[in-house]
Design a protein around this ligand. Sequence first.
Ligand SMILES: Cc1cc2nc3c(=O)[nH]c(=O)nc-3n(C[C@H](O)[C@H](O)[C@H](O)COP(=O)(O)OP(=O)(O)OC[C@H]3O[C@@H](n4cnc5c(N)ncnc54)[C@H](O)[C@@H]3O)c2cc1C
Length: 503
Amino acid sequence: MRDGERTASKGARAERSTRGITASRSRPTWSTPARLTGRIVRPGDRGYDAARAMFNLRFDVRPRLIAFCQTADDVGNAVRWARDNHAPIHVRSGRHAYEPLSIGEGIVIDVVDLDSVTIDPGNRLAVVGAGVALLPLYEALWRHGLTVPGGSCPTVGIAGLTLGGGYGLLSRRFGLTCDSLLAVEMIDARGDRIMATETRNPDLLWACRGGGGGSFGIVTSLTFRLHPIGAVSTYRLVWNLEDLASVLEAWQRWAPFTDDRLTSLLHLRSSPAAPVESIGLFTGSAAELTPLLAPLARAARARVVEIVDTTYIEATRRFAGVVPGEVRWRAHWHAAGRARFKNTSDFARRPLDAAGIETLRARLAAAPIPRAVIGLDAYGGAVNRIPEDATAFSHRGGTLYSLQYQMYWKSGSDERACVQWAVETRAAMAPFVSGEAYVNYPDLAIRDWQTAYFGSSFSRLVSVKTRFDPDDVFRHAQSVPPAPREERHPALPGREPLVKPAR
Ligand SMILES: Cc1cc2nc3c(=O)[nH]c(=O)nc-3n(C[C@H](O)[C@H](O)[C@H](O)COP(=O)(O)OP(=O)(O)OC[C@H]3O[C@@H](n4cnc5c(N)ncnc54)[C@H](O)[C@@H]3O)c2cc1C
């Protein structure tokens, strides 16, 4: 062990005390001292700045150490090392967290190098390494005419996306990403490998279907049920700003209820280029899609109308903003899209009335710079057919759509006003929406995040946490806490290990 590795404990204690939860300081029980394995990057090492960079340029955090794990054993070693050294653990895959929840001043345990994809086309199953990003996954599955429904950003990590739910342009057809999740392999708080399936640690699998990342363990692989996919059609309609009210009114009464094969988004922008835009993906032909769009087309005369037959992978590349033939997109980190940003969310369970629509319009007009976007994602279909308590993702049932208030800026001098715009927009819309929030769009300004993210799932998530991580080893500013010690049930069952620890 190097000298520097022992010094982590001071910062660790300081950080751990900030949440007001009593974490056990008891030494873990393994006998041999933990040893870091994998690629270890420390301050001063070449590549440290690239290793600590996050997708959101708003964060400038300097971890004590970053462990890029090449195997599940590396992950286990890193967990044991961190516990031995009382170092806070930050779990990271795709680096796309909206807030600094996967980075901090302790040890970042990064699984991006766990990037294998094993496909069983006959049984429509895939075992996906936790470090795999979305577009490479879609490309690998497409070669077999299969897919898993997920988000549209090419570089988002499959692990973070799935653990929080995972919404995308196939959601109304096939459900959320977590709805196709069959099994998870993870490293637990003792550094042991465990498995969660419908029959083995089923509560943990339930929690991994929407309970959020960074709370229960470090996922090393995910097993998905796959869906056949081939030809699809897509649409794009653009209107002028003065059509906002009539288009939004028509969209919200149509998009959550239309044919399940169609998933539709509505974007409202403070920039003049495409101030009111709706896009969508339909798992049928353009000829079938066109009449389905009639209620939207009738709302106001669109200045752009595009309805095209295409393949699923071409549509996915286009929605991802990937330039055809560009092979270095990952190395550049989807560079064009990188910015400082502050996003926050809510859900609508009833249509916005005229006052709610006018509030949205006024908030766009109040944007301090013309880079505000309000994104509405239609729910219903396969997402809402799953009972709210069947997974930890609780925004189903009567949910009509999610709202995301997004602000992007480049100059540090705009930061204060831009962050304030996002936070104040969510507050201004409170009378008209449900007050929920999507855990994959985390916002540290939300005080009642436990209820907003998880609703009635929160208490069950606390039980799962208490069982699998009673000492709160995996924690960040909005992770699920274990039950206070005095409230714990003495006969709480233990977790089932995948393999007996070899210590
Ligand atoms: C540009 C952009 C586009 C997006 N588009 C969509 C979209 O279309 N649909 C959608 O649903 N969401 C979308 N998101 C949100 C996205 O789902 C979340 O940001 C997600 O948490 C990112 O996961 P990650 O692995 O990339 O990020 P990370 O920053 O690595 O991690 C995010 C969270 O997951 C935890 N975590 C990461 N890896 C693991 C692991 N192996 N085990 C346990 N916990 C882990 C982290 O601790 C952290 O709490 C988008 C985000 C961005 C920035």
